[in-house]
Design a protein around this ligand. Structure first.
Ligand code: SAM
Length: 450
């Protein structure tokens, strides 16, 4: 059985499979690599990804090790002046990224070249490059086509840990939305055996919006995840969580719904009290594993939703109820080199003297770098220092202005140039909060096996 590239991408890219193109640090594009259809005028005709960094025919991205740098095509791939047509790489990309294509820090600078809706930059440009990465839930979350709000990595990593999703677990998810959480949860429950017989762990996902259901169904099949995710088109408030009348026997549940309290009665171990007398004629089947405690997380943006959810949980016998909010903050770490400002393009007062000074300093650094590289170090010629930040004994971690510290020259004589300077850490100016409140609870196992 073919394993999903999300679970085992193999060592190299292949045709008819998903890859994530990293255009720059925060700009990722998913693309389904296609085999070239033929060679014309010296270049492979077929799908091409056109970006502001140049044109990248799929043929140049096939069968290369994941993580490879791909150079922009040196030839005009024929896309200059060519009308965008369905099935071209550009379309494939846009379909894959949808309307949510993100711009990154380079986009402002590139905006001028990137006119005419991104078509013009199909001009051959051999200067640009991109990297090709294997699909992971994290990369998919940052590049997927948004059909709804999605759950992001800081939230889902914590959620999956708290609801104890692990290899072999059975997990219920509603609603599926854009599938961000689905991809992360399927990796968490997959037990590593590709063959159906040995495979354990499954996600039962529910979505009541018909179009989203169909898109998600196709996506799961394209990603080779159809066998591990059972997607059902249903309103779970009314229809509950059984699949073909049978219990999924779930032990982990994640509800990303506007009214989780309406779904909770169906996640009980007993028939909900609201059942009609007609319902009572039929046998009640719980979707939960009768031999395990069930761990749930609900994801709600408003505290009023949380209050109603918690009340329903208390009524229905859930215990250990608590609420968490994830406040994620990125820290940017870099080295600040005193006296060397190479930000020519960003500064406003770059005089010829600044440039001259910087060039002299660069030449100096280069010379010292060569000297450093050529010089054997006492006793550690064969050793590969794994710690980039380790500063030789007696040396400071960078130039200081203090009188008892070593001068910049002294410091740099034993420290490679990339380790010069003080380590600076900057936090994001604002903590991006919040995505949602996470309510966790446990429905204990009855201890009677049913
Ligand atoms: N967790 C998803 C992700 O990470 O991509 C996003 C979920 S989105 C915010 C909520 C989804 O719940 C929507 O797609 C909506 O159609 C679906 N939904 C709302 N009410 C539902 C119901 N009663 N039954 C099933 N799905 C429902």
């Amino acid at each position: 059985t073919a394993v999903s590239p999300f679970l085992d991408p193999g060592p190299r890219t292949k045709a008819n499979s998903l890859a994530i193109l990293q255009l720059s640090r925060d700009n990722l594009q998913p693309v389904y690599l296609q085999s070239p259809t033929g060679v014309h005028d010296g270049y492979a005709e077929g799908a091409v990804v056109n970006t502001r960094y140049g044109s990248f025919p799929h043929s140049t991205m096939l069968n290369v090790p994941w993580g490879s740098q791909i150079r922009a095509s040196k030839v005009d791939t024929g896309s200059r002046g060519r009308k965008r047509k369905r099935g071209s790489g550009d379309d494939a990309c846009r379909e894959a990224t949808g309307a949510s294509e993100k711009d990154n820090e380079d986009s402002a600078a590139a905006a001028n070249e990137d006119s005419a809706a991104g078509v013009k930059q199909a001009v051959a440009d051999s200067s640009g490059f991109i990297h090709i990465l294997p699909p992971t839930p994290e990369l998919w979350t940052t590049s997927l086509p948004h059909r709804t709000q999605v759950v992001y990595t800081p939230d889902y990593s914590y959620i999956l840990h708290r609801i104890r999703a692990r290899p072999g677990s059975v997990l219920i998810e509603a609603g599926a939305g854009s599938g961000s959480f689905t991809h992360a949860s399927v990796r968490a429950v997959y037990n590593g055996y590709p063959s159906e017989g040995q495979r354990k762990g499954k996600v039962f996902s529910f979505e009541f919006h018909e179009q989203r259901y169909h898109k998600m169904k196709k996506e799961l099949s394209d990603h080779g995840l159809g066998g591990l995710v059972h997607l059902t088109h249903r309103d779970v408030y009314n229809g509950g969580f059984l699949v073909d009348g049978k219990s999924p026997e779930a032990e982990a549940i994640f509800l990303d719904l506007p009214a989780p309290w309406e779904a909770l009665p169906h996640l009980s171990r007993r028939r909900p009290q609201s059942s009609t007398s007609a319902d009572e004629q039929t046998e009640w089947v719980s979707p939960l594993n009768p031999k395990k405690s069930a761990y749930i997380c609900t994801f709600s943006p408003c505290i009023e939703q949380v209050t109603r959810t918690v009340s329903a949980m208390r009524r229905l016998g859930w215990v250990d109820i608590d609420m968490i909010e994830i406040a994620n903050r990125k820290l940017h770490t870099s080295r600040e080199r005193v006296g060397l400002n190479l930000n020519f393009d960003r500064g406003v007062n770059n005089s010829a003297r600044d440039v001259e000074e910087a060039l002299t300093r660069l030449a100096d650094i280069e010379a010292r770098f060569r000297e450093h590289a050529a010089k054997p170090r006492d006793g550690d010629e064969d050793m590969d220092s794994g710690d980039e930040d380790a500063v030789p004994a007696g040396k400071s971690s960078g130039p200081t202005n203090g009188s008892d510290g070593p001068s910049a020259e002294e410091t740099s004589s034993g420290v490679p140039p990339w380790m010069e300077g003080r380590l600076i850490t900057r936090g994001e100016p604002e903590i991006k909060t919040h995505t949602s409140y996470l309510v966790f609870a446990i429905l204990p196992w009855s201890g009677r096996g049913g």
